[in-house]
Design a protein around this ligand. Structure first.
Ligand SMILES: Cc1cc2nc3c(=O)[nH]c(=O)nc-3n(C[C@H](O)[C@H](O)[C@H](O)COP(=O)(O)OP(=O)(O)OC[C@H]3O[C@@H](n4cnc5c(N)ncnc54)[C@H](O)[C@@H]3O)c2cc1C
Length: 395
């Protein structure tokens, strides 16, 4: 692959760089430390600003509010966001996975109705896939939708629904036929979270946040026009969302990882460990250098994945490879932070002695979920083993 930017790519980078220079908010570091519920309106405003500038989803087709940017340009977009440590966008799932699925499978009416409000963060989306007895084995899900009148009546439960607490709409996978093999009886519905019969309950994580939720559906009516794709073809629609999820996450996380490793290197220069700055310990230097190199590998692999997609148009195994790599890398970086900071690393937000106002205590607890969300590491290895290496199927 060619890592040198073409004239067009350089022009794209320069234009976005100039826009960021003029528009990126400078007070994000103060907001970053507030609970998500408090900072969420701030993130909405930021996404709206990107939308107004035409930067909310650069790779989406122009007719749906994007710039029809190439995947390399998309990678440049995230690199520039990382460079200035820009805030994340509020509608992460809408932009990263659900919007692209609606663009791929939706009717023109659905695209017109939903896509602009995803881009502007007027409507926040959540993803109702996992259930108490269906996570890795998603196709075993039990939430059912029974046809009635001009639509469906939904009953069942979802769990671990990120953004459920703030979600206006949900991409919900339901069973519409239980008489056929499990993958063949699923359908995706676009569900208004304000419909009667939808109940959202918070789930408290070990970070103290309630980032995700349990969702209960009791006789929830969903009009027929809100079926996404074909009835009983929900498996393919859901897989498309998951492919976007595995691919998109990496790009969005790059800014965070770059910030973390750079900050950790800065801290190590002065933070005392065993009576001298941590960076004077050769072992710490080795591990910082290793983590720094791995963040670079992650960045370059992201570009490679984009380059391959641009060349072939076919998503490769990079999604699963990147998912394993970033989730385990983040855990290594957070572990190293704890070793450098010692007990100070465990002090939480609000404690006067906490380093970076508890960022590292939070990061260490939150990173455990990285190897579970968007498909566990074991499941990603199964995908690579079977679909890439041609080894026997694991499930
Ligand atoms: C932070 C976070 C956010 C999330 N957000 C959402 C969301 O917004 N929407 C949503 O629908 N879900 C969400 N999830 C749920 C997530 O997708 C599931 O937790 C994940 O798919 C695993 O399912 P499970 O928890 O049921 O575990 P299980 O599938 O029960 O797995 C338990 C263990 O068994 C292993 N295992 C299972 N099957 C195999 C196999 N075939 N081979 C080898 N090992 C196997 C797994 O790797 C795991 O270690 C989120 C999870 C987290 C942690």
């Amino acid at each position: 692959m060619d890592l040198n930017l073409s004239t067009q790519e350089r022009a794209f980078r320069d234009e976005f760089r100039a826009w960021l220079e003029a528009n990126v908010p400078r007070d994000w570091p103060q907001w970053r430390e507030k609970p998500l519920e408090e900072s969420f309106p701030y993130l909405r405003v930021w996404q709206r600003k990107l939308y107004d500038g035409g930067w909310a989803a650069v790779s989406w087709p122009k007719e749906y509010g994007g710039r029809s940017a190439t995947l390399i340009e998309q990678a440049i977009f995230w690199e520039e966001m990382a460079r200035v440590e820009a805030p994340p966008m509020a509608n992460a799932l809408g932009l990263g996975l659900i919007g692209p699925t609606i663009i791929a499978y939706g009717t023109e009416a659905q695209k017109k109705r939903f896509v602009p409000k995803i881009l502007s963060a007027e409507e926040i989306w959540c993803q109702g896939f996992s259930e108490p007895n269906a996570g890795s084995d998603l196709a075993s899900l039990q939430t059912e939708a029974r046809p009635e009148g001009n639509g469906y009546v939904v009953n069942g439960q979802k769990v671990w629904t990120s953004y459920g607490w703030i979600g206006d709409w949900c991409e919900l996978v339901v069973r519409t036929d239980s008489s056929v093999p499990k993958h063949k009886g699923l359908t995706v519905l676009l569900v208004d979270m304000k419909s009667p019969g939808v109940e959202v309950r918070p789930l408290r994580q070990m970070t103290g946040e309630s980032e995700f939720n349990e969702l209960f559906f009791r006789d929830v009516r969903v009009p027929r026009e809100n079926v996404l794709g074909q009835v009983n073809d929900g498996w393919n629609v859901a897989i498309s969302t998951l492919m976007h999820e595995r691919g998109a996450y990496g790009a969005r996380l790059l800014p965070l990882f770059k910030r973390n490793i750079n900050r950790l290197i800065e801290l190590a220069r002065t933070f005392p460990r065993g009576g001298r700055p941590a960076a004077e310990d050769a072992l710490i230097r080795q591990r910082l250098a290793q983590c720094y190199a791995e963040v670079e590998i992650f960045r370059l692999n992201q570009l490679r994945a984009s380059s391959r997609l641009t060349a072939t148009g076919i998503p490769g195994p990079e999604g699963s490879i990147q998912k394993i790599f970033w989730s385990e890398l983040n855990q290594r970086v957070q572990q190293l932070a704890q070793e450098i900071l010692g007990p100070y690393g465990q002090l939480e937000k609000g404690d006067p002695c906490a380093v970076d106002n508890g960022l590292w205590a939070y990061g260490y607890l939150r990173c455990r979920g990285n190897t579970i969300e968007a498909g566990t590491s074991e499941v990603q290895r199964n995908i690579i083993g079977h679909f890439v290496l041609g080894l026997p199927r694991s499930y």
